[in-house]
Design a protein around this ligand. Structure first.
Ligand SMILES: *Cc1c(COP(=O)(O)O)cnc(C)c1O
Length: 392
């Protein structure tokens, strides 16, 4: 094969062109238009939630959720150390401080450490949780790679200590519980706020874009208001709050409506392809595929291999470079956020597993268009490469 099999690329095999052309022909390209409302209704229906507000990006959606959660300058927000940096930057936009939490074996936030932090490192006084003298206001939970965090335990802790839960479900649109307390509830609709992204590599895309939902539908209305410059009068320019220019455009939404129509099919393919890869890596000694949480139906957006460090000691960069030569695009999981320059002085709580996984996770091609032949090729190349690099 002489072309690179990509990690995750968009799929526009549906009505994308038709709807975008329609929006163009009608002249509605900006932050008003029927596709925006249609996409919001489509998402609300899909997620079984009352209302959804679409915006410019997942990052903007996270920023809005933090504002609505009442995160003020000087407050603290508990965040994962293992995530994409866009989860954490909006905490800084609010002049608040992140507290970095460890992950469990699902790569999502460790619920036990979260509880221990609240219990042993904080003081709960008059219904407010204090860490040193600062208020701990919220937790941002990330559903990494389409997995879902242990929401039963996390919500339990949040209730106990009056913390707002913001779900960063940017990678988990369509993931849901199939059993237990949250049976049939979708990622992003369990906590106080849920955030989605439609960036180019996500399971559906609008080029750039995002959405935010909330347990309280009045909050979603207010989020939409904030995203459109907080305009309070239909005729005069009256603004009673500081607003943002975070609204999605109708052109993006036209793309989004077509993509939402395909979402169930995309999820189906991701799930099938995951099983095919799993078969290929079955019994492979040098790496194992990270499973998705039991009693859930994951969108299986991104696949990851945990490399066996007892046998393969070369760097991830060596592995990625070698696979690129063989026509397979792979990547390492993110650099830990607490190790990035703007975050090096922030508080971390007993980080352990995040470093373990950061040194071992390799993501490999998961696009919905990938063929069976390509899946076999990718798995074979990864296996051969790891075997070549293994110590024995
Ligand atoms: C993609 C992503 C975001 C940000 O979404 P954008 O739409 O790119 O702003 C936030 N968090 C995580 C975990 C992501 O993967």
């Amino acid at each position: 094969m002489n072309r690179l099999i990509p990690l995750s690329v968009p799929n526009f095999e549906g009505n994308e062109e038709k709807y975008v052309n329609d929006a163009l022909e009608q002249g509605w390209v900006s932050t008003g238009g029927v596709y925006i409302t249609r996409l919001e209704q489509q998402m609300a229906k899909f997620l079984h939630t009352d209302d959804v507000a679409v915006c410019q990006s997942g990052t903007a959606a996270l920023h809005l959720a933090l504002i609505e959660a009442g995160v003020n300058p000087g407050d603290e927000v508990i965040v994962p150390a293992l995530t994409f940096i866009a989860t954490v930057n909006p905490v800084k936009y609010q002049f608040a401080t992140p507290i970095f939490m460890d992950c469990d074996d699902s790569l999502c936030m460790d619920p036990i450490k979260l509880q221990n932090f609240c219990k042993h490192e904080c003081v709960f006084r008059n219904g407010v949780l204090f860490h040193n003298s600062r208020i701990v206001k919220a937790v941002i939970v990330v559903h990494v790679f389409g997995n879902i965090a242990d929401m039963v335990s996390i919500i339990n802790t949040a209730h106990m200590y009056h913390l707002k839960i913001i779900e960063d479900a940017t990678e988990a649109l369509g993931t849901k519980y199939t059993k237990g307390l949250y049976c049939d509830r979708y990622a992003g609709t369990i906590g106080d706020f849920g955030v989605f992204s439609f960036n180019g590599n996500k399971i559906i895309t609008t080029g750039g874009g995002g959405a935010v939902t909330a347990r309280n539908p009045i909050a979603v209305k207010h989020l939409r208001y904030l995203s459109t410059q907080a305009k309070d009068d239909p005729h005069y320019y009256i603004h009673n709050e500081v607003g943002y220019n975070y609204r999605m455009t109708n052109l993006q939404a036209a793309l989004g409506v077509a993509q939402m129509e395909k979402l169930p099919e995309f999820i189906r393919r991701k799930q099938i392809n995951y099983e095919k890869y799993k078969q290929m890596f079955d019994g492979f000694e040098l790496g194992r595929m990270i499973p998705f949480r039991e009693e859930t139906a994951s969108n299986k957006w991104f696949y990851s291999l945990e490399i066996n460090r007892d046998k393969v000691t070369v760097t991830l960069r060596d592995i990625i470079t070698e696979l690129e030569k063989r026509g397979v695009q792979t990547r390492a999981v993110w650099g830990l956020i607490n190790e990035q320059l703007p975050y090096r002085n922030e508080y971390t709580y007993k980080l352990k597993k995040v470093s373990y996984y950061a040194d071992r996770i390799l993501n490999f091609p998961s696009s919905t268009q990938i063929t069976d032949k390509e899946i076999i090729y990718v798995a074979e190349q990864i296996k051969e490469t790891l075997e070549r690099f293994s110590n024995e």
